[in-house]
Design a binder for this molecule. Sequence first.
Ligand code: NAI
Length: 249
Amino acid sequence: MGVLMHGKSAVVTGGAQGIGLAIGKALAQQGANVALVDVDPRRAAEAAEQLSTEVSSQVVGLGCDVTDEEAVRAAVGGAVAEFGRLDVWVNNAGITRDASLRKMGVADFEAVMNVHLKGSWLGVRAAADVMREAGSGSIVNMSSLSGKSGNPGQSNYSAAKAGIVGLTKSAAKELARRGVRVNAVQPGLIRTAMTEAMPPEVFAAREADIPMKRAGTTDEVAQAVLFLASDMSSYITGAVLEVGGGRYM
Ligand code: NAI
């Protein structure tokens, strides 16, 4: 347990499991009050209940579909009502609908763009409304190395993740003079439910391509987000931090 985030309040979207839950845990372990936001309110509540038993700060679970403008505003309002302030907003919610260009339908493209790109934009906009007034805050957006390198079968996902970099930089430039920082993280191959869906031989081949010769853990991504969320990165904005074991240097 540390005190890096003592007295701060943070929201993590897609926080019920995987990388989002690890981020929520890392922030809470450093003293932040945390709202785990997820499209599935029951899983958000269960994750929050479990995490509460491990930390001394407050952890709540909130239901919110990040593609829904009103729901995102309500999540911001909910966190402010619960904790009295909003210091950190992490746009982490994500889905995949992988398919080759030949097979991918418009619905697969739109679903992925909506959750990642529109969802992140809605989150940035709603969080910025509160942070701008407060004169401080840190927003962290979850991009991916797929957004930099492209990935076969992920034309929708890679486009959305590259779009998140543009969103991050534009928002960073707009909000810098208001004391609000906006940064992105680009994880490489991380072991979660999302990547466990990959065939084991594909996963192993991807690992072999990584200079560090292994997938990363959710905690390793969470530590990078914690750095960007905290005052340790007080002079960093518009940055894109790779967490990929040396992939795509
Ligand atoms: P995951 O599938 O384990 O968790 C994603 C969470 O987002 C789930 O709890 C899900 O319910 C939630 N979610 C999905 N749609 C939502 C919506 N419309 N509104 C609110 N919540 C929603 O995924 P994982 O692996 O933890 O990924 C988290 C983020 O990290 C995603 O943005 C993903 O693209 C990104 N990422 C993951 C990598 C990996 O190797 N696992 C690599 C690079 C980036």
